[in-house]
Design a protein around this ligand. Structure first.
Ligand SMILES: [Zn+2]
Length: 83
């Protein structure tokens, strides 16, 4: 039997850098941070309007993010894709 391993309790945001961990996900107009590097961009036609998606990659921790801009959706915003 091993006692609880150190660090096991804080797996909620594995290895995200501090600014990435501080990004509020799925909230319209939540800010990103200065070390995100902009990548590809595309648009999708939703029934209730256009949504645009922009990929970002964090220069510090390598996390992949996508930002959705959609006026009709209060919960469109940052989503963590992979890390
Ligand atoms: Zn980061």
């Amino acid at each position: 039997m091993t006692p609880s391993s150190p660090g096991a309790a804080k797996r909620a945001a594995p290895d995200l850098c501090e600014p990435c961990a501080g990004i509020q996900q799925h909230w319209r107009k939540a800010p990103g941070h200065a070390e995100l590097v902009q990548g590809t961009h595309h648009r999708e036609d939703r029934g209730n309007g256009q949504a645009s998606f922009t990929r970002y990659r964090c220069d510090r921790c390598g996390a992949a993010w996508e930002y959705e801009n959609n006026k009709a959706n209060q919960h469109a915003g940052w989503a963590l894709l992979a890390h």
